[in-house]
Each structure stands twice: as C-alpha cells, then as structure tokens.
Design a protein around this ligand. Structure first.
Ligand SMILES: NC(=O)c1ccc[n+]([C@@H]2O[C@H](COP(=O)([O-])OP(=O)(O)OC[C@H]3O[C@@H](n4cnc5c(N)ncnc54)[C@H](O)[C@@H]3O)[C@@H](O)[C@H]2O)c1
Ligand SMILES: [Zn+2]
Ligand SMILES: [Zn+2]
Length: 384
C-alpha cells in the first residue's frame, strides 16, 4: 500500500517549489523507506530552478526521458529507516542514516579503488526511476515523479536504494548529519582531498556558501598557513574568519595585489572555486591567483551546456599548473561521512555553526530566497 507524504515538488524552471501530497510505494528488493528528519538547502537544488542543471531536449532524449519535471528536490538529508525491502543488508528499521547523493554499490571499479564518489551506480543521477530497477516508487495522481539524486530529501518520506544511505550514530543531531551528507563533505574534501592542501600552503577559496565555508575549514585543518576567503558579501567574509580564514576579500580582483604581496609573488598553492554558479570566465582570475605548480579545483556547478572557459593554455603548460574537477570533494561516502561526524563529535569540525536558519517544509521558498539574498550560510528544513 502506498504511503502518503508531503513533498516539495518542482514542475518547471523559474517556478517556486510546490509543497503537495505524493504517494510513496513500498520498498522493493534492495530499497528502503526513509522518513527524513532534516534536509539542507544546497545550491545544487537551486540549479534546477534556474535551469542551469536541467538537461536540454536532446540530452533528455539520449537519457530516454520525455521530461525532466516534475521532480522532488533535496539531496542533503538525514532520516530514520522506516521499512526495508527484501535483501537489504546495510541498514535496518529504526537506523539513523545520512543521505548520500552519490550512491555506493561497493562492487564497481571505483568503489573498490577508494573512489566512492565516482561509483558507477551514480550514472543515472539526473533522471529516471530507481537505481535498483529503473521503475518509479513516487507518484502524484497516479503519474510518476522523479527524485533529485535519487533521494528527494525535500519530502517527509521517500523510497531510495540502500546504496544511497549511510548508517550513522543515533545520538547525533539530524540537522548536523544532513549538512555532512553534501555541503560539508564536498567543501572539506575539495580542500583536504582534491586540492590536497599541505601544511604551510596558501589557499584561496572563492565563494563562501555552504560549500566554500567547509573548504575554508578543511584548508585550515590541513594546516594551510594562509586561507584567503573571497566573497562579495560582508556577512560571509565575517563568518569565514570564524571558520579559519586568515584574510578575506570581496572579489578575486581585490585579492590579487594582496595575495601577490603576502606571497612575495609566488601566489596561491591552491585555488578552490565554490561560487554559487561556476562561469567559464571566472577561470582567468583563478589562474592568475594560482602560483607556479599550483592547483585550481572546480567544485561549483556550471550551467550544463557551458563549454567555454577562459584558461590560458600556454600559461597552464609553462607554469606547470593543473585544473581539477571534483564531485563530493572526491571523498568516499561510506568512509568519509562517518569520519566527518566523528570529527564533529570530537569538536574539530564545526557543523552547528553552519546553520543560520531552520524552516518547516512549507518555508522552502523562503529558505531559497534567503540563499539568493545571501543571508544564510546554510538553511535547513526540519521535519516535525
Ligand atoms: N561538485 C559537487 O559535488 C558539488 C556538491 C554540492 C554543491 N556544489 C555546487 O557548489 C556551489 C556552491 O554551493 P553552495 O551551496 O555553497 O552555494 P551558496 O549559494 O550557499 O554560496 C555561494 C556563495 O558564492 C558567492 N559568490 C557568487 N559569485 C561569486 C564570485 N564571482 N566570487 C566570489 N564569490 C561569489 C555568493 O555570494 C555566495 O556566498 C554551487 O554551484 C553548488 O551547486 C557542487
Ligand atoms: Zn549539495
Ligand atoms: Zn560502486
């Protein structure tokens, strides 16, 4: 019997999230029902609203889809297992879990070589039905509705693959767990894993939202001697100082002469790009801020069809620089989500301080307006 639940559904680009009732089917083989307790408002869901992350008609056809909408949003989340389908081994009813927007099959080439963020089961993340068999478990008036990243944490209850959830300790606060499931892991990993920040490095982080703030705290934990936070908003720059930044600037242009001066012209070892939207033209300044042999990490999501980027390839080669992309901060969910939560428990990782505002599900559009206005580090939906 399907269970009724309330969910924030997007019916098209440039529309508000609509909170409405959905039907959720029972879990099948390898699936679980999760009652979500908290869901973070990440910028990636906003990319659905703006259309930046919506595939064009040609790509949709290649994916075997007629339409991208309606879709239930949300991929940052923490919840409790309400029911399990046949064959589920990694979690049981009552377990507390973190969402993981990249699944972990445990068997593929990537899962077995410490690159869990690249698990092959993530291939259909942007569309279609369940990871398990491609069919749908969520319906509105009998019509199928998809889940963002196969999770849909902007719903009271969803049915997901057991590959998409990770058991966590029961005593951890759900809102803190939800943030680790995407923003914290992605930002922290962008600095510590993908940029591979070393003791004494000079690190520039561009864009201080839920992701960039965690790149700042990751760079600090990795021992960077200078962590330079760049954001046009004063509120973000002030907060960045509390998370470990040593200097802040309103723009990359403003940072350039100062970084030149403080590094005696050597420039940054690592530049991490975490603005709300990644535009190709931002790479010119990112490259200028990067020193010889330095690394640029692109974490932010660019408009899906954008191909141009202002990288000077002559300088890239002659100064031996590198540009790296990253999904999930290049971490492995099953290892790193519990590990980050242990750091939180031990007091070395700040999570509570990331939450600016909590909202009921009905406050979702207010929460995203706050993101556009730049007044939240992270907003979190908390369910009853
Ligand atoms: N690669 C991944 O796996 C992954 C995972 C999660 C999120 N993301 C992406 O990371 C990006 C950041 O997400 P978020 O949730 O932190 O967003 P956010 O909206 O909370 O924060 C973005 C910040 O960037 C600042 N900004 C915008 N343009 C800037 C510029 N030109 N220079 C300096 N600062 C600028 C804004 O003022 C804001 O403070 C988004 O594109 C999101 O989709 C990527
Ligand atoms: Zn996210
Ligand atoms: Zn895998």
């Amino acid at each position: 019997m399907p269970t009724k639940a309330r969910a924030a559904v997007l019916w098209g680009t440039d529309e508000p999230w609509k909170v409405q009732e959905i039907d959720v089917d029972d879990p099948k083989e390898g699936e679980v029902l999760v009652r979500w307790k908290a869901a973070g408002l990440c910028h990636s869901d906003e990319h659905l609203v703006t259309g930046d992350m919506v595939p064009n008609a040609e790509t949709l056809t290649a994916m075997g889809l007629d339409s991208f909408f309606p879709i239930i949003g949300g991929h940052e989340g923490a919840g409790v297992i309400e029911a399990v389908g046949p064959g589920v081994r990694s979690v049981a009813v009552g377990d507390h879990v973190s969402a993981s927007f990249v699944p972990s099959c445990g068997h593929c080439r990537y899962c077995t070589t410490g690159r869990g963020n690249l698990c092959d089961a993530g291939a259909g993340t942007l569309g279609g039905g369940m990871i398990t068999d491609g069919t749908h478990r969520h319906h509105i008036d009998g019509k199928p509705v998809t889940l963002l990243a196969k999770l849909g944490t902007f719903a009271e209850l969803t049915c997901v693959s057991e590959m998409s959830v990770i058991k966590v300790d029961d005593d951890l606060p759900m809102d803190a767990v939800s943030l680790v499931s995407c923003g914290v892991a992605t930002g922290w990993g962008s600095a510590t894993r993908r940029a591979d920040v070393q003791v004494g490095d000079t690190v520039v982080v561009v864009g201080i939202g839920g992701i960039g703030m965690n790149a700042v705290q990751g760079a600090k934990m990795a021992g960077a001697s200078r962590v330079i936070a760049v954001d046009p908003l004063e509120f973000k720059r002030e907060k960045a100082m509390e998370f470990g930044a040593t200097h802040t600037f309103a723009s990359m242009e403003e940072a350039l002469p100062e970084v030149t001066e403080m590094t005696r012209g050597q420039m940054a070892d690592k530049v991490i790009m975490t603005p709300g939207v990644m535009y190709g033209e931002l790479m010119e300044m990112a490259q200028t801020l990067t020193g010889k042999g330095g690394t640029m990490v692109v974490t932010a999501v660019a408009p899906i069809e954008q191909k141009d980027s202002s990288i000077n390839l002559f300088n890239l080669a002659m100064y031996n620089k590198e540009v790296k992309g990253t999904i999930f901060g290049s971490l492995t969910p099953r290892n790193d989500i519990p590990r980050l939560l242990e750091m939180y428990r031990g007091g070395s990782l700040k999570l509570d301080e990331l939450i600016t505002e909590r909202y009921p599900l009905d406050g979702i559009n207010e929460g995203y307006q706050a993101m556009r206005d730049g007044t939240n580090i992270r907003g979190v939906i908390v369910y009853e």
